[in-house]
Design a binder for this molecule. Structure first.
Ligand code: GLN
Length: 190
């Protein structure tokens, strides 16, 4: 199994380090040919407007959309969650638009630019996962096929729609492997 990590901007190196720790073969995805042979894709945190523009410039957006529609699992963290959403409140920025969700960017307010917390996570009900939030979005609406995996402080911060997983927080910035391991389970089930 090879997991691609979109490496146009943002914290892709931390995702690669997490995958190396878990013992999964990983590859940086920067151009179309990098998508060949990967079984799944991670879209990291960063600046969603920048990543979205670069994806369009390198024609990765269409190709990723097509692969996802044929079942390739994708996991987006933070900016990655924003890029997966079909609605970004108040923004027309480029996106993949694969998940039936609406998101609000920078939703935790200016006072709380970033924080770390134990987050309840439905797939591991006995243990919360450790999450870092950095100018994090929240999910404001979910469509029928979307499962809410986590709510924190009354806000939806993790969702799944079939082969697509997204968290508003960054497990890759912690030692907690559980969300990545959960994603591997989605890949193996394909
Ligand atoms: N605030 C960023 C955005 O809207 C996301 C921040 C992150 O990925 N940590 O794109």
């Amino acid at each position: 199994m090879i997991v691609g990590v979109l490496a146009l901007q943002g914290d892709f190196a931390e995702h690669l380090a997490m995958l190396a720790r878990i013992g999964v073969e990983a590859r940086e995805v920067r151009k179309l040919s990098d998508l060949e042979g990967i079984d799944a894709l991670i879209i990291p945190g960063g600046e969603s407007t920048t990543i979205g523009k670069l994806m369009a410039r390198y024609e990765l957006d269409k190709a990723i959309r097509a692969r996802a529609q044929h079942g390739m699992p994708i996991y987006g963290t933070c900016a990655g969650l924003i890029l997966l959403a079909n609605e970004i409140e108040g923004s027309q920025q480029p996106r993949l638009g694969l998940m039936d969700i609406a998101v609000v960017r920078n939703a935790f307010g200016r006072q709380i630019e970033s924080f770390e917390a134990d987050i309840p996570f439905k797939p591991t009900p006995e243990h919360p996962v450790r999450g870092v939030f950095i100018r994090a979005p929240i999910v404001s609406k979910v469509g029928k096929g979307v499962e809410i995996l986590s709510e924190f402080d009354g806000k939806i911060v993790a969702v799944q729609q079939g082969n697509l997983l997204a968290t508003a927080f960054h497990p890759e910035l912690t030692d907690d492997e559980r969300v990545h391991r959960y994603f591997l389970g989605i890949i193996k089930a394909q």
